[in-house]
Design a protein around this ligand. Sequence first.
Ligand SMILES: [Mg+2]
Length: 381
Amino acid sequence: MTEHIVRAEAFVCRAPIAVPVVNAFGAMAERVAVFLRLTDAAGVSGWGEIWSNFPTLGAEHRARLFDAFIAPRLLGRAIADPAGFWAETDRALHLWGLQAGEPGAFAAALAGADLALHDLCARRARLPLWRWFGGADDAPVPVYASGLNPDAQALAQVEQARAAGHRAFKIKIGFGETRDLATLRPVFAGLRAGERVMVDINQGWALRTAAQMVQRLAEFPLDWIEEPLAADRPAWEWAQVAGASAAPLAAGENLRGTLEFHQALAQCHLGVVQPDCCKWGGASATLPVARAITASGRRYCPHFLGGGVGQLASLHLLAAVRGEGLLEMDANPNPLRSLVIDPVLRVAEGQVALPEGPGLGTEPDLAALERFLVLRTCRDA
Ligand SMILES: [Mg+2]
């Protein structure tokens, strides 16, 4: 029997960091995470996370959107079919998101709730999340070190990430040709056999620059070039850049909705597609999109650069879907990630083993996170 949900909580955490994470649109001087917990009448809990990297001041707002608009739709209900709940709530939130002028914030709040619901269901079924998602392969999952800063920091961070077990590295560029090439040359000069490098422009180039820069970048055997253009530039611009580039293009963290992903697949500009399950779709809508990505011959590489709950959810999604994709793992210090994942994940030879145990494989230690907690919302049935 499926128990009804009796409590819905959101935890907003903020952690200052010593070295900002730099990208082409700005810098992150602190790390935030919005964790969600749903608890049922039997005392089983499921955890989710709402994307809130940018702007970080929006984290509390997203937690409050969850508390005001989504928690009341969960409480008192016995939900055995998270995908049905996601579809029903996505329809309900659609007009509110439009009216508010912020469909993305509503979508992220629902994505986090959906992940918590799946985790709750998997724990009730005593299944690891990847198996609950329909996965059959328990082999380790390939990963890459992400968020590596430009300039001299890039080489130092690659060396650190290599020492931590990584074999693939993604570096932030988009700071001008001279600086970008100076960032990448020493990294490639020191690369070892079997290692890979990707670059991320974070939507930082206009068409002319993008078309020129992807040709300059042909001197490096890049695994992919991420978001050379803004996500909403027309298909012909993406086609022009893809045609000029030796490396496949990647994008997806700034696409929202099944239709946008299917349009991107049909337009054929991307070799790597990167939905963020905490930003849109949760697991319910990401799983079918991810399967469409691999079925179309592209790589599904979950986007993720937040806290530990979303990191684990992304791992389980990739483990369930497989294909040739890699899991994005932020290489920058972030206690909101490491306090959650370090007990269950260890990178070795560019891979992580799947955590054992039901659901995500662990639960956030609230006592350890307490010093970062800035807001907790709680609603009971
Ligand atoms: Mg990116």
